[in-house]
Design a protein around this ligand. Structure first.
Ligand code: GDP
Length: 244
């Protein structure tokens, strides 16, 4: 009889029920499948996101050797809601909205505890009218420097409210990153709040954004309707787990 310390007995009954539980039949001589519970899905991976650090200046950011993906966009574009939806955490990116952190680059680690395999960078939203001009200019510089010089940057997600389209500051940002995108940096224009568009408005906004994205991609996203969430998680996984 099995005791608590002995390994589970491979009785005929338990083997046959284990085999029945598998989706595909097991052939003699094939390798055992990894149990489904241990296979991390892009959404499961996203859910591991946790706060890593915050920095007000570029040189305060730690140099990292894991791939990093930057989320950028004008304030109110839906960036925090997108990050929270993607990571299935209510408060994660709202930490970036806490007083004192709104003008910071906030980094979040991804990967099971102890094995960070990628980082998300939440960059401050730009274009907020109430910010003094001096601060705006300082921030544009920090952000441009980050996007141009960050060595482990593997991709950029530019969030844009399709009802407003690309603003002047979005265009400036596009110009800043264009050379890196042309060199192969992954780039996505994410059209947020797509639940507010009709199907034909969505299709039109998407085709315009695809042109604006240059060598990048464009996708529709709705946190409210959960549209494009898994697709985005998959893309983030692909960007950070494929060699180029
Ligand atoms: P941020 O300033 O870019 O971080 O934007 P927030 O995430 O704070 O979102 C700005 C506003 O847009 C908030 O009122 C959100 O509730 C709203 N919002 C964000 N995502 C969606 C969405 O998918 N659908 C709709 N209808 N509203 C959204």
């Amino acid at each position: 009889m099995a005791t608590q310390n002995s390994p589970p007995s491979a009785s005929k009954a338990s083997l046959s029920s284990a085999v029945k539980a598998r989706k595909t039949p097991v052939k003699a001589g094939t390798l055992p499948e990894i149990p489904e519970a241990k296979v991390i899905t892009p959404m499961g991976w996203m859910h591991t996101a946790r706060f890593l650090t915050t920095a007000a200046e570029l040189f305060h950011l730690p140099a990292l050797d894991v791939p990093e993906i930057a989320f950028v966009g004008r304030s109110n574009a839906g960036k925090s809601t997108c990050i929270n939806t993607l990571t299935q955490q209510k408060q994660l990116a709202f930490a970036s909205k806490k007083p004192g952190r709104t003008q910071h680059i906030n980094l979040f680690s991804l990967g099971k505890q102890g094995v960070t395999d990628a980082v998300l960078a939440d960059l401050p939203g730009y274009g907020y009218a109430a910010v003094p001009k001096q601060d705006k200019l300082r921030w544009q510089k920090v952000m441009a420097n980050y996007l141009v010089t960050r060595e482990n940057l593997k991709g950029i997600v530019l969030l844009c409210d399709p009802r407003l389209g690309m603003t002047e500051l979005d265009e400036v940002l596009l110009e800043v990153i264009r050379p890196r995108v042309e060199e192969g940096l992954n780039f996505l224009v994410l059209l947020t709040k797509s639940d507010k568009l009709t199907r034909s408005e969505g299709a039109k906004a998407l085709s315009i954004a695809k042109l604006q994205a240059g060598g990048g991609q464009a996708k529709l996203f709705s946190a409210l309707k959960k549209q494009g969430v898994e697709d985005l998680a998959q893309l983030m996984w692909d960007w950070t787990h494929t060699d180029d």
